[in-house]
Design a protein around this ligand. Structure first.
Ligand code: SAM
Length: 346
């Protein structure tokens, strides 16, 4: 076993280390302030104190999939379903632009109601009205032809977490009609088309081992995504994982720091899920190496019903309207929210 300081130095200098060393970092019970401060230094070297904001628009909670962990899965008959139309979505952008948002993230379940033509029309209309803004899509697994159509319509970024890079683990979290192979196919096609691509995983999802987390890091090295989104798993009462334990704050923060050291250039959000499990979760995520926050621009009714997990934050600083208060909190953590399209700096 190498001393922890040596492992951190290796990560700082080589952006890589052995599986054994990664496991040691992940499994250590102790807080690792050296890891956090090394990650913060690398983040400052690459991005200064800038925190990019993305305006999240949750536009549908209908979903054809039934991921076992997710509160909006197709089997949840108690979910109160909603859809936003183009005008609703443009109104979210109208609200966000004057607040300083220059990226709009359209996220939703895999909802067949939104044909490719509808998605392309929405993307095109946002880009037409706000040409200095980027449109990010997070709408799940599609064909290459569909992805290409979205790209041609003006979407330049796509978020699709791989969820777990171990196929045995993947099959414990998803029904048999879903596969890790298809998820990976989507991610490689998105990159090949030219999207700035984001992937990621939940920390502490049911059945997850430390070895699984190492596989996640190795897969990300292979994919080399521009954005890496991770957050703790949080149970939802209407899923088969209702009684499972939630992911830990400490491990999530540690994983953010490891990611920052392995992928110094990456856009790493401090996620809503992190803010949900701890009142200072978002600020702690930034201090651990995160450099993106995604406040919610959706109308209240959508925010309330886009319940992926229990107690999801959707009011207070999570709401885009509270940006001023969020700016103050971010500043007191040592960083600065900027008005910027926020492209990756490779
Ligand atoms: N349908 C799109 C997709 O599959 O990428 C986007 C929506 S999906 C709900 C967004 C992300 O929410 C998933 O990638 C997953 O990691 C996260 N998520 C879902 N249920 C969760 C839970 N119970 N706890 C934490 N994160 C969860």
């Amino acid at each position: 076993m190498s001393p922890v300081t040596d492992i951190i130095n290796e990560l700082v200098n080589m952006h890589n280390t052995s599986d054994e060393n990664l496991l040691q970092l992940i499994c250590t019970e102790n807080e690792l302030p050296q890891l956090t401060s090394a990650a913060d230094k690398i983040r400052r070297d690459h991005y200064g104190t800038d925190v990019y904001i993305r305006g999240l628009i949750e536009f549908t909670n209908y979903c054809r999939n039934s991921c076992y962990y997710c509160g909006i899965n197709a089997h949840n008959k108690n979910a109160c379903r909603f859809r936003l139309d183009k005008q609703d979505i443009l109104s979210c952008c109208d609200k966000g632009y004057p607040l300083g948002f220059r990226t709009f993230v359209l996220q939703g379940g895999e909802d067949p109601y939104y044909t490719d033509d509808i998605i392309c029309d929405i993307v095109y209309s946002i880009r037409e009205k706000y040409p200095d803004c980027a449109v990010t899509l997070s709408i799940g697994e599609k064909t290459r032809k569909s992805y290409q159509a979205y790209y041609n319509a003006g979407a330049s970024r796509f978020l699709l977490r791989h969820e777990t890079a171990d196929s045995v683990h993947y099959n414990k979290l998803h029904p048999s009609k879903m596969s890790l192979e298809n998820r990976k196919r989507c991610l490689y096609e998105l990159k090949d088309i030219g999207f700035q691509t984001g992937s990621g995983f939940m920390v502490g999802s049911p059945f997850q081992s430390a070895e699984n987390l190492v596989s996640d890091l190795r897969f990300l090295q292979e994919l080399s995504p521009d954005m890496i989104g991770i957050g703790p798993f949080i149970p939802h009462s209407e899923t088969v994982f209702a009684d499972c334990e939630q992911g830990s704050l400490k491990t999530t923060l540690k994983m953010i720091s490891i990611l920052r050291l392995m992928f110094p250039y990456a856009l790493i959000p401090s996620t809503t899920a992190l803010g949900t499990i701890h009142p200072d979760g978002r600020e702690l995520g930034l201090k651990a190496g995160g450099n993106v926050i995604m406040p919610n621009l959706s109308p209240d009714s959508a925010k309330l019903n886009y319940t992926l997990y229990n107690n999801k934050l959707c009011t207070g600083d999570e709401a885009a309207e509270q940006l001023e208060s969020l700016k103050i909190k971010v500043r007191s953590a040592g960083y600065e929210i900027v008005t910027d399209i926020g492209n990756v700096k490779r």
